[in-house]
Design a protein around this ligand. Structure first.
Ligand code: FAD
Ligand code: SIN
Length: 540
């Protein structure tokens, strides 16, 4: 029997998974962190701007709450916003206790950054490499914990539930079902392993790879959202995909982020004629919420036919820019752009999923034993548009609250005793057929970019839906006829994510926050989150 037993399985090693694992292990539980690549491969590692948190005398919770609600365009859950904002400072102090050193002024106070939609300076940062510093601090703590096993190159495939064991359809009556374990691919051994645990935390991060152009690294394939959906857990607000307005234009598909913190320090967006266009679109001009800025850039690019717009920070001298934004400065220099002298060519790219697995403020999902936090979860904080730098904050607060809820759940949880069924490998390898994976992956990402992007329409959504349906059928057949590998598993999950985005977008017959459709440009008076849940009889 290949079963491995733990109290808690954490799928993902970004800020959400690592902080949750640390708190749960401190309660005395045995934890395994499963991560599909190296432990530091995460969106967290790429975070630039920082963490939004009220730490200064000139700021207050009410103002942070107000800015979050404004950005969320009527869809935030105010109670959730208030809790997360007010719990921020305690969680930040823990990071500092772990050795994280946020950038400071000569006076010793935090050097607070500013980003779009924030009415005050409140972003704690480590120059422009905040995520890397967080990831290193958390991984350092995890390495010291005797109760945490870090299992790299271990790809979570699907949740095992009591329903599954009893031969009942996945997703039937989830409130009376429960988590019992997980199938995961040991990528190096090329073998599926069975893990046994009454609790799973999904902390698998974002979905950026469903789009052709994204700021997200390769790991962002929405695996956790797809897993939870297949287990019958509701997924919400998936139409609200945040496109970051400013990524470095390049001729390949990779998009390097040019942090909004640059605009926080006075950078100005200009069109091809050199005109600063943002004041025409919003009173906050270059620091308007992201949805507004991304749509404005899209409109300017369409008007002029240019493949990018300019971002101009040349009013600062090179020495300052090198010190404050070392990573952006160095990356631009490699492309022959000296940001102290040259304007930076920028374009929007898919950046963040405001929707995800529906959870309570304690990271609980509808399925007992299944928890979710970080970008994979939808708590109600972001509503229709996330306020910049609120996601790292949300991950910190929810992972802590989730860990506390797990402690209570484990006291009454029933455990299996080595009775979980082995994975059945239905197929073999067929190298000739492998081309289907890369071809379908490209087709999916292009269709999502062209038809479900910054500006949408009912007809484009229908086009996307038809293409995704064909791809889903092909990958379904492939999945049941060949052995699984990471590429196939990721594409299978991305197709589910694409279906969920299109389904939620189709449900929203209005334009709100990040969802803009030319067929319904107005906001509805009555509104609610979009929500999708797998039918128990659904195939795939
Ligand atoms: P991640 O950090 O993405 O971690 C997910 C983990 O899950 C990874 O370890 C991955 O390998 C693993 N994983 C995924 N699928 C599987 C699977 N099937 N099996 C096993 N493991 C799996 N937010 C801010 O608040 N401030 C910022 O300044 C900021 N800047 C950003 C800059 C960039 C370029 C990007 C891309 C994002 C930025 N964000 C920022 C967003 C923020 O970084 C993410 O939302 C946040 O880091 C997500 O954390 P997470 O722990 O949920 O997921
Ligand atoms: C950025 O630095 O612009 C990204 C911040 C975020 O996504 O919250």
């Amino acid at each position: 029997m290949n079963s491995r037993k733990f109290d808690v399985l954490v799928v993902g090693s970004g800020i959400a998974g690592l902080s949750f694992a640390l708190t749960v292990a401190n309660q005395g539980h045995r934890v395994a962190i499963l991560t599909k690549k190296n432990s530091a491969d995460s969106n967290t590692n790429y975070a630039q701007g920082g963490i939004a948190c009220v730490t200064s005398e000139e700021d207050d919770f009410e103002s942070h709450v107000h800015d979050t609600l404004e950005a969320g365009d009527g869809l935030c859950d105010e109670k959730v916003v208030r809790e997360i904002v007010s719990e921020g400072p305690v969680r930040i102090r823990e990071l500092v206790d772990f050795g994280l050193r946020f950038s400071q002024l000569d006076s010793g106070e935090y050097d607070l950054g500013r980003e779009g939609g924030h009415s005050r300076r409140r972003i704690l940062h480590v120059k422009d490499m905040t995520g890397k510093a967080i990831e290193e601090a958390l991984l350092g703590q995890v390495a010291r914990s005797p109760r945490i096993a870090m299992l790299e190159h271990t790809f979570g495939i699907d949740i095992i539930t009591r329903n599954k064991l009893a031969g009942r359809p996945q997703g039937e009556d989830p409130e009376n079902d429960a988590v019992v374990g997980l199938y995961a691919l040991d990528v190096h051994a090329n073998k599926v392993v069975v893990f046994e645990a009454p609790v799973i935390l999904i902390a698998t991060g974002g979905i950026g790879q469903v789009y052709l152009y994204t700021t997200n690294p390769d790991i962002a394939t929405g695996d956790g959202v797809a897993m939870a959906y297949r287990a019958g857990v509701p997924v919400a607000n998936m139409e609200f995909i945040q496109f970051h307005p400013t990524t470095l234009f390049s001729h390949d598909e990779k998009r390097f982020l040019i942090s909004e913190a640059i605009r926080g320090e006075g950078a100005i967006l200009r069109n091809m004629e050199g005109r600063a266009f943002m004041p025409e679109y919003h009173p906050q001009a270059d620091l308007a919420p992201r949805d507004v800025v991304a749509r404005a850039i899209d409109a300017e690019m369409k008007k002029t036919g240019a493949p990018y717009v300019w971002l101009d920070i040349t009013h600062h001298d090179e020495a300052y820019l090198k010190e404050r934004f070392p990573n952006i400065n160095a990356t631009c220099l490699k492309q022959g752009i000296n940001i102290g002298e040259d304007r930076i060519p920028v374009v929007p790219a898919a950046h963040y999923n405001c929707g995800g697995i529906e959870t309570s403020l304690n990271a609980e999902t509808l399925l007992p034993g299944l928890y979710a936090c970080g970008e994979a979860a939808c708590t109600g904080l972001h509503g229709a548009n996330r306020l910049a730098s609120n996601s790292l904050l949300e991950a910190l607060v929810l992972s802590h609250r989730g860990a506390e809820a797990v402690a209570a759940y484990l006291k009454g949880a029933r455990r299996e005793n080595g009775t979980l069924p082995e994975w059945i490998d239905y197929g073999g390898n067929n190298e000739d057929e492998r081309v289907v994976i890369s071809h379908n992956w490209d087709e999916l990402r292009r269709a999502m970019w062209d038809y479900v992007g910054i500006v949408r329409s009912t007809r484009r959504l229908e086009r996307a839906r038809a293409r995704i349906r064909n791809l889903a059928q092909e990958i379904h057949d492939y999945y049941w006829n060949f052995s699984v590998d990471s590429g196939l598993l990721e594409l299978r999950n991305l197709i589910v994510v694409a279906e969920l985005i299109v389904e939620c977008a189709a449900q929203r017959t209005e334009s709100r926050g990040l969802h803009y459709t030319i067929d319904h440009p107005e906001k509805r008076a009555f509104f609610e989150p979009s929500r999708v849940r797998r039918r128990p009889d659904q195939v795939g």
